[in-house]
Ligand binder design. Structure first.
Ligand code: SF4
Ligand code: SF4
Length: 447
């Protein structure tokens, strides 16, 4: 076993040593309830978790179901009276159970296929929405950067790159010496970890983290909640980094006075509901703080299922019906409360809700749209939202034609089919898929 694997085992063993077996983590787990596991058996399930951690036995059947169902909500961690990072323990236990339950090659093949599919979609969508100069800046190797602050995008936010442009605008407005880094060459390795392909994970996610250190930056600002969770729990705890790590929303909230001094007084009147997800640091309270500081923004609070998952999609996509109900309840609740805008926290949530405008009288924007606009910046078109709303595609196609030529990338008809499935099969709200499919198929057929 590698030194990295041994360190993970040590983290799990330390959690097991501190655990009293009270079962409160299992009782609090929303996905265990979703699959029908009995909270009355909490102590039994935790006993099985302890045994998996302390022996080389395979996972017991119901423990395996619990591990498989986990979507990373961290409600277990919040419930633990001993202060144990139970989500981290569960994540490592899931890896151990998979390692014992099947040959590594099976997971390696799954991870490679998932990564390849994601990388192709991200490359195409980014090339359809960003100029080459910006894309090349983001993709350049991390270790060659010389700035003190790195804004790390991860991979998937490049499907909705206006968010990246907003953050760059905000950091520019603050006068920071920063650079932006991301794309699949800087992947956090989530697929390899989830599929228990630890050797490849170490060459991907672990290496990305080390490359940040080699750049000499003193601060890495994350965007993606999955990267943030992985780096917080699987990297920072394994090997102390030479830089500070924080989600961009936490960094901005910590620099609120600097932002407020730069906000324009004349902002559009908005009655806003934030689509909330607990589970990633102080992101919810940070985004609330930021929005409350924007002139003319009124923040409305409504009941929402914010503890079910740390973000939309990803591991929570296993529970399509539950996610759909969360989205519907959020949008209808926001409208009933008199909101005119839903503000998303993360890119996957933005993709899920961006199409709500096709069916409901409400706008959907990301929190970075509001902050960048308040600074007199932003205003970058949200082409993904145009795709998702399913209306006229002229503006989106014209932009894609221009950016694809600039990036030297061509789309073919099978890529359009694949992108259509990616965009419209994910859980969330959308208009008709035909508008995107037909307009971009026509683009692909052009010489
Ligand atoms: S992280 Fe969430 S889903 Fe996973 S075990 Fe903990 S409470 Fe359950
Ligand atoms: S809540 Fe904490 S102490 Fe109680 S069983 Fe879970 S991990 Fe152990």
């Amino acid at each position: 076993m590698s030194a990295y694997g041994e360190r993970l085992e040590a983290l799990a063993a330390h959690a097991a040593d501190r655990c009293t077996g009270c079962g409160k983590c299992f009782e609090a787990c929303p996905t265990a309830r979703e699959i029908g596991l009995d909270p009355g058996e909490a102590k039994l399930r935790v006993g099985e978790l302890l045994s998996l951690t302390r022996t080389a036995q395979p996972a017991a059947e119901r423990l395996q179901s619990w591990l498989n169902a986990c979507d990373g909500s961290a409600r277990c961690t919040a419930a633990c009276p001993e202060g144990i990072n139970v989500r981290q323990w569960i994540t490592i236990a899931k890896l151990s159970a998979l390692e014992r339950g099947r040959p590594r090659e099976v997971g390696a093949t799954n991870a490679a296929n998932r990564f390849r599919h994601m990388a192709q979609a991200v490359r195409l969508l980014a090339s359809m929405q960003l100029p080459s100069e910006t894309l090349q800046r983001i993709l350049a190797p991390a270790e060659r950067r010389t700035t003190d602050v790195l804004f790390y995008t991860g991979c998937n936010v490049l499907r909705t790159p206006h968010i990246v442009l907003n953050v760059m605008d905000i950091l520019d407005a603050l006068g920071l010496d920063f650079d932006v880094v991301g794309g699949t060459a800087h992947c956090c390795g989530v697929y390899q970890f989830q599929e228990a392909d630890l050797p490849t994970y170490e060459r991907v996610g672990h290496r990305t983290f080390q490359r940040f250190g080699r750049s000499g930056a003193s601060q890495v600002l994350t965007w993606c909640p999955t990267c943030t969770k992985n780096f917080d729990e699987l990297e920072k705890d394994v090997e102390a980094p030479s830089f500070d790590l924080a989600h961009i929303s936490e960094f901005l909230a910590a620099n609120l006075e600097m932002l407020k001094a730069r906000f324009g007084a004349e902002q559009p009147r908005r009655r806003v509901v934030i689509h909330e997800h607990l589970g990633i640091g102080a992101t919810v309270s940070s985004i609330q703080t930021l929005l409350r500081a924007v002139p003319n923004v009124e923040l409305l609070e409504i009941a929402q299922d914010s503890g079910f998952s740390y973000a939309c999609g990803g591991q929570a996509a296993k529970f399509k019906g539950r996610e759909q109900a969360i989205h519907r309840r959020l949008v209808e609740g926001a409208i009933a409360a008199g909101a005119d805008t839903i503000v998303t926290m993360y890119h996957s949530c933005h993709r899920a809700l961006a199409g709500a405008e096709a069916a409901y009288p409400i706008k959907v924007v990301n929190f970075t749209d509001v902050i960048a606009e308040a600074l007199g910046r932003g205003g970058h078109p949200d082409y993904y939202q145009l795709y998702k709303r399913g209306g006229a595609m002229d503006e989106a196609v014209a932009a894609a034609r221009r950016f694809l030529a600039d990036n030297g990338v061509k789309v073919d008809e099978s890529s359009v089919q694949s992108l259509t499935a990616d965009i419209f099969d994910e859980t969330g709200m959308a208009g008709p898929r035909e508008a995107f499919r037909d307009a971009f198929t026509a683009l692909a057929r052009q010489p």
